[in-house]
Design a protein around this ligand. Structure first.
Ligand code: HPA
Length: 282
């Protein structure tokens, strides 16, 4: 499925019919973090159903609405919930919202997600600023920029050496330090899911240099860079990836998704503190 500029504009117009606010920052609020958008001032809520072509998330913990409003002095547009590859969407469908938010006026995008910790020095509850990624699904042919390229949106080929904006990363680290929040920086590996990693896959990912693993974000990041947006992406480490096949052989291993949602609650206030601090300083 390849979208055209008209498809994006149709969605932009449907959104602009609800509000005259012009957002300059886009937020993609992952697992459990949607609540931040409930605190926006002058907020306008638009259900995804009301926006043409918009992919709907079917996962618990993801609400399905777009919220436009003001927070920390910025006018923002926030996705409360996102769609994933494992729900049956294509990378192009997942990233439709990024282009729409860009056409609404957003020049900066801040994305959050829940991720498994691979780096042995990470602890559950840590916050990790993504400083690079490994786009496994992209390498396997599911790259969000595959397909016809509209040169009026961005170039066919894009360099990825400077994907995660250095200034924004430094800002996030500084805000975390000021608030005594433990913050890590590292490489995020994007897999398709919905299966969590096997112990062998965990060891492989670690050997390849990944610090955290998840099922989202990178699709949106490449499309944002294609459009020239500044990118900040932050993971909440909700679980430490299991690398030993015998670790849970004799006990009930709680479903990881339950752990993700539970620990997510603990991380949310930390992520919100970092996001608010970054927005205030922009
Ligand atoms: N793996 C993949 N995605 C995730 C994980 C994980 O361990 N935790 C949260 N999202």
């Amino acid at each position: 499925m390849a979208y055209t500029r008209e498809d994006y504009m149709e969605a932009v117009q449907a959104i602009q019919a609800h509000t005259s606010l012009k957002p300059t920052v886009a937020l993609v609020l992952g697992s459990g973090l949607g609540g931040l958008a409930d605190t926006f001032e002058e907020r306008v809520v638009i259900p995804y159903d009301a926006i043409p072509n918009w992919p709907k998330s079917t996962v618990s913990g993801h609400q399905g609405q777009l919220v436009i409003g003001k927070i920390e002095g910025q006018t923002v547009v926030a996705q409360q919930g996102r769609a994933h590859l494992y729900e049956g969407y294509t990378p192009q469908q997942i990233t439709f919202p990024v282009r729409v938010m860009h056409f609404l006026g957003a020049e900066t995008i801040v994305l959050t997600n829940a991720a498994g910790g691979l780096n042995k020095s990470f602890a559950v509850g840590d916050v990790m600023v993504i400083n690079d990624h490994i786009y496994f699904t992209g390498m396997a042919g599911f790259n969000a920029l595959s397909g016809p390229n509209d040169e009026s949106i961005g170039p066919r080929f894009i360099g990825m050496a400077n994907t995660y904006d250095r200034q924004l990363r430094q800002l996030a680290v500084q805000v975390a330090a000021e608030n005594s929040i433990q913050i890590q920086q590292g490489v995020y590996a994007c897999l398709s899911g919905p299966t969590f990693e096997t112990p062998a896959e965990v060891r492989m990912l670690r050997a390849l240099g990944a610090d955290a693993v998840g099922m989202s974000t990178v699709h949106e990041v490449v499309v944002a860079r294609h459009a020239g947006m500044r990118v900040l992406a932050i993971s909440g480490i909700t679980n430490i990836s299991v690398d030993d096949i015998d670790a849970y052989a004799d006990s009930d291993y709680k479903a990881v998704h339950e752990e993700v949602l539970e620990v997510g609650k603990l991380i949310v206030p930390r992520l919100i503190t970092v996001l608010r601090g970054v927005l205030r300083a922009l």
